[in-house]
Design a protein around this ligand. Structure first.
Ligand SMILES: Nc1ncnc2c1ncn2[C@@H]1O[C@H](COP(=O)(O)OP(=O)(O)OP(=O)(O)O)[C@@H](O)[C@H]1O
Ligand SMILES: [Mg+2]
Length: 237
């Protein structure tokens, strides 16, 4: 197997005296959907923020394309090809849907921006209908779609998604997970943080389970789905 595109090595993260991440290792290979599961407070968002350069590591390394990226400013990490769709779908509420999508591409200098915008409104037809509407007036599910599409507009190699299904109506959850599969088929590598373990494992290639800052389990998604411990803890069996 080739080297991972993204690799976390023995990472520790603290918030003051709180030791949030206890030496985790995690690999994401090009073309994969990898899901990071775990309950409230496990450290999922902290892990994504660490990758994005929003939180400093206490120790350990994050490698992207073979290079150490921890310590690099967040905007440079976006420029290197890692984009995050944040938890709570933080869209710009006073900008229109189209303006939000344009914000996603503001670091780009290539001539494919218009084409990618078209691609996103085809993937999420709701966004097309609402392209001139202020993002703050969209439903929760629509804002989530917009947040994912905006992250895509940065044309990342790796897309970090933080709980895209959180607080969203079941029918839209399905549309969002289908869209994630479509993005992956377009060649995008995805690290998907979820509490909805079933839906995430259904679309992922591999998964990791984070329990209070440690990786408790990892493996192919199909194996995790049929693992009795996971079924008991996360799948409500
Ligand atoms: N800014 C902060 N200051 C202090 N502690 C924090 C901060 N952010 C997170 N933590 C703590 O770090 C731990 C991990 O939090 P994190 O937000 O990464 O969890 P999570 O797995 O994303 O949870 P959730 O599913 O609820 O979003 C928690 O104990 C949390 O209270
Ligand atoms: Mg979180």
């Amino acid at each position: 197997m080739s080297d991972p595109l993204l690799s976390i090595k023995n990472m520790h993260v603290h918030y003051g005296a709180i030791h949030a991440i206890h030496g985790i290792n995690l690999d994401v290979y090009e073309g994969e959907i990898v899901t990071l599961l775990g309950s409230n407070g496990a450290g999922k968002t902290t892990t994504l923020h660490s990758i994005s350069g929003l939180i400093p590591l206490s120790s350990g390394e994050i490698l992207y394309d073979g290079k150490i990226i921890n310590g690099t400013p967040a905007h440079k990490i976006v420029g290197m090809g890692i984009a995050q769709s944040p938890e709570g779908r933080l869209v710009f509420p006073d900008l229109t849907v189209k303006e939000n999508l344009e914000m996603g591409s503001f670091l780009r200098k290539d001539d494919r921006i218009g084409a990618d915008l078209q691609e996103m409104i085809q993937l999420f037809p709701k966004l097309k209908e609402r392209s001139k509407q202020l993002a703050g007036t969209l439903s929760g599910g629509e804002q989530q779609m917009l947040a994912i599409a905006r992250a895509y507009m940065a044309k990342p190699k790796v897309l970090l998604l933080d709980e895209p299904s959180l607080g969203i109506a079941p029918i839209l959850v399905q549309a969002i997970f289908e869209a994630i599969v479509q993005l992956n088929k377009k060649g995008m590598t995805i690290l998907l943080v979820e509490q909805n373990a079933y839906a995430a494992l259904k679309i992922a290639h591999r998964g990791y389970v984070l329990t209070t800052g440690e990786i408790a389990m990892q493996g192919p998604a199909s194996e995790l789905l049929s693992n009795p411990e996971i079924q008991k803890a996360y799948l409500g069996h």
